[in-house]
Design a protein around this ligand. Structure first.
Ligand code: PMT
Length: 221
């Protein structure tokens, strides 16, 4: 059992997956359930932190003693993260954020037109929240943690992503249609900007969350 080593700290965790609407009935989304982010929020609260959990489209109940902010899209997630990060000691981005959103939103349901091919969906880039908060830290010494969901060349892609995003730690986990998303367990390698590699064996999402907080605490000094 870990002591209250996050007492007096404010931490921000994002969880779940953004949904980018096409029309009032449809969206582009992903398979994140929010379980990994909620495990991070619960374990941080258990270790004494004040926790702001920014939750995107999860069906999970609010964890006890945690401030929950619910959002839908990547743009809304960005607003909520920037606001909460202003006085945070650490930010952990476990949410699966859409890199692109539909360029246009149809205010009425998009209809099939008889005998016609469907219109292509045009996408525009979403803001990269993790890169933005890493480049422009709200506080000196703020610790920023990203996640990388990869399907292949997991570690090599993780190293490249860590450098590109500019965060302090990157939790690299492998995902697939039936892997990690929605599961109770996860396994990962936590890459540090200092070159460190911390493997976390297959186990409950809380165990990975506790390892992340151990590494954050060490960096908070
Ligand atoms: O929710 P679960 O079902 O428990 O599943 C957990 C999980 C697989 C969703 C989680 O462990 C995970 O890997 N989350 C990150 C998913 C993701 O978006 O990975 P990415 O490699 O596409 O993005 C890298 C990092 O940049 C992430 O920290 C992401 O939050 C952030 N990002 C991405 C795009 C963007 N526009 N803005 C961002 O901030």
């Amino acid at each position: 059992v870990t002591g209250p080593d996050l007492a007096g700290r404010h931490v921000v965790v994002s969880a779940g997956g953004t949904r980018e609407p096409l029309d009032p009935v449809r969206f582009l989304g992903n398979r994140s359930s929010g379980k990994q982010g909620y495990a991070l929020a619960r374990t941080a609260a258990a270790r004494g932190a004040r926790v702001t959990l920014i939750s995107a489209n999860t069906g999970l109940p609010d964890p006890a003693g945690v401030d929950v902010v619910r959002v839908g899209t990547a743009v809304q997630l960005r607003e909520a993260v920037l606001k909460a990060a202003a006085d945070a000691d650490a930010v952990v981005m476990a949410a699966a954020v859409a890199d692109f959103r539909p360029a246009a939103y149809a205010t009425g349901k998009i209809k099939k037109k008889d005998g016609q091919e469907p219109d292509p969906i045009v996408l525009v880039r979403n803001p990269d929240i993790l890169a933005e908060i890493s480049a422009d830290r709200a506080r000196p010494g703020q610790v920023i943690v990203g996640f990388a969901a990869e399907t292949d060349d997991v570690l090599a892609n993780g190293r490249t992503k860590l450098a590109r995003k500019g965060c302090d730690l990157l939790v690299v986990n492998e995902v697939g249609e039936r892997k990690t998303f929605g599961a109770e367990e996860n396994e990962a390698v936590v890459l540090g900007a200092d070159g460190s590699e911390t493997p976390v064996p297959h186990g409950p999402k809380e165990a990975l969350a506790d390892t992340v907080w151990d590494l954050v605490v060490r960096r908070l000094g």
